[in-house]
Write a protein that binds this ligand. Structure first.
Ligand code: GUN
Length: 292
């Protein structure tokens, strides 16, 4: 069994990006600049955004964090997005999700100029991704593909089961895994809450990508010997022994599943760090105008 070390790969990529940024500065170019909008004080979102700001520092990017309380109006948010769209110093920006219920996430996403949509959530980027055109790939699926690539996990002709059908992870990673590319070229099945015979479907899989948000959902009896397991889950579960009072738990029952598989990602330290680094890669692409 090989443990997929997302933390190490993410650290390596951030160093590569920092070198490129120093070269850009030497060439007289502008420092890449990422902005993030954070609404409210959701614990998970606070942590993710703090990690994104720190990663910007490590990559030599400028970053701007714009905060709103959770009673902000949709109108104010849309005005802020319009001003970031127009700001020539900002190469790309994100609005951290989830948003409070009174704000339409879809309206917010569609207000972002797709050329600055480094999260890859705008329908233009989602559409281009689906037909294999250059675009900003959303961060978690891109991070997963990078891990499969760097660890040479065989995907061509493999049976890949994706658990979860979210717009952020399940749907896009299924699309990338079926694309005629390397990694890719897999035969993909997407399972969700209405799937009948989920266990049996999983048992046929050469690759399982678990993105349900249900801690420990994937158990030993659902995994074929030698399968590769990618765990996207990051649920906070209470842990009195921690200062924070919680720890992160993945969608996979790691201790029992690890013995059966060829590759597995840990939580934390697997997919999570790669998600942040994919956002950094998109920001670099945006600063260089490589795509748009
Ligand atoms: N919430 C959970 N994942 C993400 C992400 O990749 N980007 C944003 N903006 N919000 C998220």
């Amino acid at each position: 069994m090989q443990l997929i070390d997302g933390k190490k790969i993410a650290d390596d990529i951030k160093k590569e990006i920092a070198c490129e940024v120093e070269q850009m500065i030497k060439d007289g170019k502008k420092r890449p600049h990422l902005a993030a909008i954070l609404v409210g004080h959701d614990g998970g979102s606070e942590t993710y955004v703090a990690h994104k700001v720190k990663a910007c520092e490590q990559c030599g990017f400028k970053s701007t964090l714009i905060r709103f309380e959770d009673d902000v109006t949709e109108e104010t948010l849309l005005e802020t997005i319009a001003s970031l769209n127009a700001d020539t110093d900002i190469d790309g920006f994100i609005v951290q999700l989830p948003l409070p219920r009174h704000i339409s996430e879809q309206r917010v996403i569609e207000a972002i100029d797709y050329r600055k949509d480094v999260d890859g959530f705008h329908p233009v980027n989602v559409g281009r991704m689906n037909i294999g055109l250059p675009c900003y790939l959303s961060a978690t699926p891109a991070g997963i593909m990078e891990l499969l690539s760097r660890y040479n996990v065989p995907t061509r002709g493999a049976r890949c089961v994706v658990l979860g059908r979210s717009n952020i992870v399940g749907k896009p990673v299924a699309s990338l895994m079926m694309q005629k590319s390397q990694p890719g070229d897999a035969t993909v099945t997407v399972c969700h809450s209405a799937t009948v015979g989920l266990k049996e479907i999983c048992r046929e899989a050469d690759i399982i990508i678990a993105a349900l948000g249900q801690p420990g959902f994937v158990t030993e009896d659902m995994v074929k010997d030698g399968a590769a397991i990618i765990d996207v889950g990051t649920t906070r579960v209470p842990d009195a022994s921690r200062k924070s009072g919680f720890r992160l738990r993945g969608d996979v029952d790691f201790d029992n599943v690890a013995q059966k598989c060829s590759f597995i990602t840990p939580v934390p330290g697997g997919v999570g760090p790669m998600t942040i680094v994919s956002l950094m890669k998109n920001t670099l692409l945006a600063a260089r105008h490589d795509i748009y």
